[in-house]
Design a protein around this ligand. Sequence first.
Ligand code: PSU
Ligand code: MN
Length: 304
Amino acid sequence: MNARFRLGPHVEEARARRQPIVALETVVVAFGLPRPANLQVALEMEGAVRAEGAVPATIGLLDGQVVIGLTRAELERFAGEERVVKASRRDLAIVLARQRIGATTVAATVWAAARAGIPVVATGGIGGVHRGAPFDVSNDLPTLAAEPVLVVCSGAKAILDLRATREWLETYGIPVLGWGTETLPAFYSASSGLPVDARVDSAEEIARIARIHWALGGKGILVTVPPPAAVAVPLDRLEGVIQEALEEAERHGIQGWEVTPFLLARVAERTGGESIQVNRALLVENARIGARIARALEALSRGQ
Ligand code: PSU
Ligand code: MN
């Protein structure tokens, strides 16, 4: 790592003590959730990581540096009124050169975590292949194919073409594991009906698979966790809402990086905030499971 990177004090300390670390992204904070829930959820995710004995490293771009482990005061800037740029990998140099505040997507977060030697990232739903636009593929996918990082998520966002996204992962050799499930979760819903590559039932088993995958030169791994049953919404109940949101995006000519935040906000509006409740719950749960996996990986590398 060079001067373009800065470790937060808690992450610096965690590294010195060889504590497990979980990286968290900031696009979900700045663009994925409304204020003030966004800051609360970000802090709850960090708390969930700590409660499982790991250290959170929330990543973002500030003052021309990639910050790995934002302090609370820094994190508040991503959640507040200041202008924040959505930064995927193509934006990194531009945002850093201009010293803007850049929230990192899953792609940019995975990329940064790989540079910092952090093997686990937790998020809500990854980006993927958009419906009706097979050329609109989130950079989350090729970055997962390029970096040896394990991402804990609830599948890809339900606004996407999940079948095409699932195929893409297969084509690029990214193992898709199901946490206590045989089918890929669909973000707000427990199941998309599409198969995962293997059901896994413990963090230790995931750590063993990940270690071998990386020893073989493999790159990204997805661990997919169904949203907590108490808040999950059946897939067919959301389909109409998603269709309406997609039509609205089309009518407004929404394109590029704005598509995902626009669709998420419309789904939230049309479900009367129900989708936000699911999103919140699954983000915190995924952070918690990410911490357990990070701990199991650390134990394996210590030979325990
Ligand atoms: N998970 C959530 N909400 C989000 C995201 C993930 O629960 O808003 C963000 C991630 O940062 C992901 C991005 O990388 O959505 C995908 O954006 P795009 O489709 O433009 O690549
Ligand atoms: Mn896109």
